[in-house]
Design a protein. Structure first.
Length: 151
C-alpha cells in the first residue's frame, strides 16, 4: 500500500509540474503579448517587435509576404509613421495552443486572436480591426514569433 501511495504521489507531483510548465509557457506568451500591446500604445515599434524572432526567416503575411526581421520592422515603420496612425492597440479572443516537441515539452505555440486599433489618423495601414494567427517558437531568448499572419 505504501508503494502504491508513493507512486500516486509521484504521478501527482509530475502532473503538477507539467501543468505549471504548461501554464508558465501560456503565461509567458500572454505576457509577451501584453508587453507588445503596451509598446504599441507608447508608439514604440522597435519594442513592439521584440516579440518577433530577430531572424531572416521570420515571416509576416498580410496582403504580401515579408521575410526577415528588418523588412518587417520597415513595413511597420512605413505603415504606421506617427503615434496618431498607431493609436491604441487591444487584443481579444486570444487562444494559446502549446505544441509539444519530441522531448515532451512545448517547443512551439499557435496563438490566434483579434486586434483592434483605436486611432485618430490612418497612414498606409487602413484596417482598424482584424484577426491574426501567430506561430511562436521557444528558444534561447524565450518565446518569439516566427510567423505572423494578420488580416
Amino acid at each position: 500500500m505504501k508503494r502504491v501511495l508513493a507512486v500516486l504521489v509521484l504521478m501527482w507531483v509530475g502532473a503538477s509540474a507539467y501543468g505549471q510548465e504548461k501554464g508558465g509557457d501560456d503565461g509567458a506568451i500572454r505576457a509577451a503579448l501584453a508587453e507588445q500591446s503596451a509598446a504599441w500604445n507608447r508608439a514604440d515599434i522597435p519594442a513592439f517587435l521584440q516579440a518577433y524572432e530577430d531572424s531572416p526567416d521570420t515571416t509576416f503575411v498580410s496582403g504580401e509576404v515579408r521575410k526577415g526581421y528588418g523588412p518587417i520592422l520597415e513595413r511597420y515603420r512605413k505603415a504606421y509613421a506617427t503615434a496618431e496612425q498607431m493609436g491604441k492597440l487591444t487584443y481579444n479572443d486570444l487562444e494559446v495552443r502549446l505544441l509539444p516537441g519530441s522531448c515532451g515539452g512545448a517547443e512551439y505555440a499557435v496563438v490566434t486572436g483579434r486586434f483592434h486599433l483605436d486611432r485618430t489618423a490612418k497612414g498606409e495601414a487602413k484596417k482598424d480591426d482584424g484577426i491574426f494567427s501567430l506561430v511562436w517558437r521557444k528558444g534561447a531568448h524565450g518565446w518569439k514569433i516566427v510567423l505572423d499572419h494578420t488580416s
